[in-house]
Design a protein around this ligand. Structure first.
Ligand SMILES: *Cc1c(COP(=O)(O)O)cnc(C)c1O
Length: 345
């Protein structure tokens, strides 16, 4: 069986989740008549401490619709240089919303109130007006780093004081919650909009849920239809999300333990440098240039032995733990990685 550390999107629905899917009550989601979708939205709004929530087919659509609602074409938004919405959504902010992204050089995706203040432009005859601040919790390409709550609060304070809206890409917000013990609603509080991905560590096959004020969600719902994301008997997939929120949050701690075990083991391989030797959550970034084995060769060697990891840009290797990865899988993956790297180029 493949040990798939490429991403936590690799999770497959368990037998119990598939039962919940099979038994889901459904209706016409576009008309607001799917009871399971409505339940998932109510649960998410409650969890995130927001007035309303909207089920969407993907996390990417959560980001893109939020940006669309918060901005007008020709405006500028602020995000970290490694943000998913900047580098991994096919230029969505430019395409869908006509906005310019001003990237900040954060520390593992975490930037400062001073950086935000310096990036905000009120807009004049030449300079586009900055109208939205985006943050990512946990920060994917920052190695699953967890923003401290007070830092999130201070960057949002600067944004709000300058009339910007604030948006949190919470694809892995619940990983931050489990790692820190801080409630999801507390992390979400400084933000006008926030979303959760159901198809990452939570283990559901599809979807994200975007939350915010009732007015924000009413607008988001219009764009959901406009972007072609409105569905029909979507309770079939929302049921997996309900199941995930009920059963799969606390167990994220196992993924974090496995990531630490993996980081420690990788760090023991000569020539390997782990970027985040003590991963805060479920993501490990590492560099193998010291081994002399090219990245592609390494990936092919481990793939031939049923272990998959990824190299999402600029030669950095990434391994992500999740629901379908056990502690024994980590030990197997470490053996395979060590042998692939000790064989020489
Ligand atoms: C995966 C991810 C997304 C996109 O979510 P999809 O459900 O795959 O579209 C957005 N932001 C971050 C930080 C992610 O890791």
């Amino acid at each position: 069986m493949l040990i798939d550390l490429y991403s936590d999107t690799a999770t497959k629905p368990t037998a119990a989740m598939r039962r919940a899917i099979a038994e889901a009550e459904v209706g016409d989601e576009q008309k607001g008549e799917d009871p399971t979708v409505n339940r998932l939205q109510a649960m998410t709004a409650e969890l995130l401490g927001k007035e309303a929530a909207l089920f969407l087919p993907s996390g990417t659509m959560c980001n893109e619709i939020a940006i669309k609602v918060h901005t007008k074409p020709g405006e500028a938004i602020i995000a970290d240089r490694l943000a998913h919405l900047f580098g991994s959504e096919q230029g969505g902010p430019a395409f869908h919303s006509g906005v310019l992204v001003k990237p900040l050089d954060g520390d593992h995706g975490i930037f400062t109130p001073e950086q935000v203040a310096a990036a905000i432009a009120p807009g004049n005859y030449y300079v586009p007006r900055t109208t939205l601040l985006c943050a990512e919790q946990t920060h994917n390409f920052g190695g699953g780093a967890v923003w401290p709550l007070d830092r999130l609060q201070t960057v949002c304070d600067v944004a709000h004081a300058n009339g910007l809206a604030t948006h949190l890409d919470g694809a892995r917000l619940l990983n931050a919650v489990v790692a820190s013990g801080i409630a999801a609603r507390d992390y979400a509080a400084p933000f006008d909009s926030v979303w959760l991905d159901l198809s990452k560590g939570l283990g559901a096959p599809v979807g994200g849920v975007l939350a915010g004020s009732a007015t924000f969600i009413a607008e988001a719902r219009r764009y959901k239809h406009l972007f072609g994301g409105a569905m029909r008997q979507a309770g079939i997939i929302a049921a997996a999300g309900v199941y995930a929120l009920e059963h799969n949050i606390d167990r994220l701690a196992d993924d974090h333990n496995n990531a630490r075990r993996l980081a420690a083991g990788l760090g023991d391989i000569p020539g390997v440098i782990v970027e985040n030797p003590e991963p805060a959550t479920n993501i490990v970034f590492f560099d193998i240039s010291g081994t002399g084995v090219p990245v592609q060769t390494y990936l092919e060697r481990i793939r031939a032995r049923d272990v998959r990891m990824g190299a999402p840009g600029s030669g950095r290797l990434r391994a992500v733990t999740h629901l379908d990865i056990s502690e024994a899988d980590i030990d197997t993956a470490l053996t395979v990685a060590r042998e692939a790297l000790m064989r020489g180029a």
